[in-house]
Design a protein around this ligand. Structure first.
Ligand code: ADP
Length: 265
């Protein structure tokens, strides 16, 4: 069959192809750094430091950390590709968000405590459910809460609040912006300068590369969150004030708004 492409289509294809190539280059670079470091230590321990017990003591924890870093990256890359593969199918679980968020907050309690931070979830358990993929939505809130604890200032609270709003934000896909569940994850960290906000959900985009790395970040958490929310016909809206902190707003169409996502068969 004859296929007609407009200049617009071609431009779009070229741009997509460039993004794909960039992504592969970035992912390879992100993996290569810890891998080179790991191999460097192995060579040292097999060569000049073969009988050096003190070097072994010192290097092994660093090697473990580099291995774990690679593992996190590979897991996040796999998550992203899994999400992309089913991006066009509507999720079909009925997900009680307050429950899910509380469970994730409990899991982060120790990490928050270690920084002297409190994690307060103030969500009415009676909030209406959303159609969703429970595992994927868990990843969204896991990444947002983890970031809030990670980037929050020591000794400050992280809060999760929410409720039902009549309409989602303008960035929500589709013209059928009905009633939504709104959940806000707020921290009191350094905040994010305005010019970075639109780029935060790009893969491997970081405001401060060294800081993200030191915190064990992969640079993929918000990209994953955005993809999951797109699949749910929802939205992620970051807000921030430098010096005061950040709020990540999640919007999800309500299960009762059957126009937004088809209910399970
Ligand atoms: P990372 O693994 O680096 O945390 P993310 O995709 O989760 O990657 O976030 C991308 C970047 O956005 C981070 O590197 C950080 O610069 C910035 N960021 C995300 N959440 C926050 C936050 N709560 N406060 C300040 N900066 C944040």
């Amino acid at each position: 069959a004859e296929v007609l492409l407009t200049i617009h289509d071609v431009t779009k294809l070229v741009r997509m192809e460039r993004m794909r190539a960039d992504f592969v280059a970035n992912a390879s670079h992100e993996l290569r750094t810890p891998l080179s470091s790991l191999l460097g230590f192995v060579e040292t321990l097999m060569g000049p430091a073969r009988d050096d017990a003190e070097a072994r003591e010192r290097f092994l924890p660093v090697m473990l950390e580099q291995g774990q870093r690679m593992q996190r990256l590979v897991e996040d890359l796999l998550s992203l590709s899994r999400i992309e593969m089913n991006e066009h199918s509507a999720p079909t679980d009925v997900v009680p968000i307050p429950d899910l968020v509380r469970r994730i907050a409990n899991g982060l309690e120790l990490k928050a405590e270690a920084k002297g931070c409190t994690l307060a979830v103030d969500l009415d358990p009676a909030l209406p459910p959303v159609w969703g993929d429970a595992d994927q939505l868990s990843q969204v809130f896991q990444n947002l809460l983890d970031n809030a604890v990670k980037y929050g200032r020591a000794g400050t609270p992280v809060t999760v609040t929410g409720g039902v709003v009549a309409q989602g934000p303008a960035s929500m896909p589709g013209s059928r912006r009905g009633p939504c569940l709104h959940v806000a994850v707020r921290d009191h960290g350094e905040g994010i300068a305005r010019e970075h906000l639109p780029r935060l959900t790009e893969r491997f985009y970081r405001v401060d590369r060294a800081r993200s790395r030191q915190m064990g970040g992969t640079g993929l958490g918000l990209a994953i969150a955005k993809h999951v929310l797109t699949r749910h016909r929802g939205a992620l809206v970051p807000e921030s004030m430098v010096g005061e902190g950040s709020t990540f707003n999640v919007y999800l169409p309500l299960a009762s708004d059957t126009l937004a996502i088809a209910p399970p068969p």
